[in-house]
Design a protein around this ligand. Structure first.
Ligand SMILES: Cc1cc2nc3c(=O)[nH]c(=O)nc-3n(C[C@H](O)[C@H](O)[C@H](O)COP(=O)(O)OP(=O)(O)OC[C@H]3O[C@@H](n4cnc5c(N)ncnc54)[C@H](O)[C@@H]3O)c2cc1C
Length: 386
């Protein structure tokens, strides 16, 4: 029978990062199992590629503090481009409560070692993006090391190097059962045959609850549709602008190719495996785009190029990372709630550390992200969700 030291369910950006970090830690008999014929068909290939450290809680900030410098050095380290562009994230506040929120966050970010975040006055925001309608803008915050990456390229880079260091990737193969003896993981059943292993990592993205259920584990991760609208080429706004977030309604955009990528999280969206793009979304996002950037009323959009994908929502919108207490050898790397690309380097390092050493220094208190927190009622609180 095939044996592996670690089996990873899911070959997206998170599974790939875990495989690479494990191989770097000397754990090389790693098997990544992906049910699709190609990697990236889950959320990774649908992402907006935004990376930011401007968060409101220590675990999220600290995961970004590992991940963003990692992306900056990715090509040097892995010999493969990450596509990292440090164009920043600009949060634009129109309510006093939002401004206070940004200020509070900035104080925590600074305390944790992120010194580059600046609070901006309206005039500075307008200088940065002159086309913004700013009559109601009270201020904002900007971090120049935030930006964007190419998620697909990152995933391929992690996978290629992990495989060179001994890991294996089985594509078109589904994990259909997780075997255990009551206390310990003993193996998995796949559509390509059984694999004996003492460690299984759940990196199944929006399908994580189903993967956990294969081991009889209840994992509170729900799929939530998110849609993105790329525009046709447009040059009335500079392509050097940062990711801009209108905190009044959550509309955000960033440059993409010769046009822009428009996003807005519809509060009426409900959980479910809805992968279809709803053409009615275009009108909704364009109204918000033209409201904040009046010249965006001239944007042209080809509905056939727009797409939908799934966020993997956890109850407190934080990742679920760590061992499952009731089943030794079963680890979670789930529930990123829309931040799995930006946090994939940190997740890979944390999961590899936990498997190999039983502890990690990426975040101060990794138990805050443990799957056990839900049963204990120890949820985290993050309100800056995009
Ligand atoms: C529209 C949109 C915009 C986004 N924007 C951003 C952003 O700007 N920044 C950011 O950080 N994140 C963003 N995200 C979120 C990000 O894409 C995800 O958090 C991230 O891709 C999760 O990676 P993953 O590897 O965990 O999941 P996935 O990429 O979904 O990979 C999981 C894989 O597991 C496989 N799988 C599932 N079950 C099994 C099984 N039983 N056997 C074998 N294989 C299985 C699936 O086929 C899938 O390929 C966005 C997401 C969407 C949809």
């Amino acid at each position: 029978m095939q044996t592996a030291d670690v089996v990873i369910i899911g070959g997206g950006i998170v599974g790939s990062s875990i495989a690479w970090h494990l191989s770097e830690a000397g754990c090389r008999n790693v098997l990544m199992v992906e049910r699709e014929s190609h990697q990236g068909k889950g959320s990774t290939g649908k992402s907006m590629g935004g990376v930011r450290a401007q968060f409101a809680t220590a675990p999220n900030i600290q995961m970004s503090l590992y991940s963003i410098p990692f992306y900056a050095a990715f090509e040097e380290r892995l010999g493969h481009p990450s596509g990292y562009r440090d164009q920043g994230y600009l949060f634009v506040a129109t309510k006093p409560s939002h401004l206070e929120y940004l200020q509070t966050n900035q104080a925590l970010q600074e305390k944790l070692g992120l010194k580059q975040v600046r609070m901006l006055a309206r005039t500075e925001i307008v200088a940065m993006v002159p086309q913004l309608r700013a009559d109601d803008v009270l201020g904002g915050s900007f971090c120049p090391t935030d930006g964007f990456v190419d998620p697909y390229s990152v995933m391929v880079g992690f996978t290629t190097r992990a495989c060179e260091q001994g890991a294996a990737l089985w594509r078109s193969t589904e994990v259909t059962a997780i075997h255990h003896n009551g206390t310990n993981v003993t193996g998995v059943q796949t559509t390509r045959g059984p694999v004996s292993t003492p460690v299984v990592v759940n990196a199944a993205g929006a399908w994580a609850a189903e993967a956990a259920a294969l081991a009889g584990v209840d994992l509170p991760v729900k799929p939530m549709r998110r849609m993105l609208v790329p525009t046709e080429p447009f040059d009335l706004v500079s392509h050097e602008v940062p990711m801009v977030i209108d905190m009044a309604n959550g509309f955000h955009f960033r440059p993409e190719s010769l046009g822009f990528l428009l996003a807005w999280n519809d509060p009426e969206e409900t959980p479910g495996y809805k992968m279809n793009f709803d053409p009615g979304f275009i009108e909704k996002v364009l109204v918000r785009a033209a409201d904040r950037v009046p010249c965006f009323e001239n944007l042209a959009v080809n509905p056939k190029r727009a797409w939908a994908g799934l966020y993997e929502m956890s109850p407190d919108h934080h990742a679920i990372i760590g061992p499952v207490q009731e089943l030794t050898g079963f680890f979670c790397a789930n529930g990123f709630s829309g931040h799995g690309v930006m946090h994939s380097p940190a997740t890979g390092k944390m999961v590899a550390d936990l498997i190999v050493h039983g502890k990690t220094a990426v975040v101060d208190r990794v138990e805050m992200l443990s799957p056990a927190r839900f049963a204990k009622g120890e949820l985290l609180h993050e309100t800056a969700i995009l």
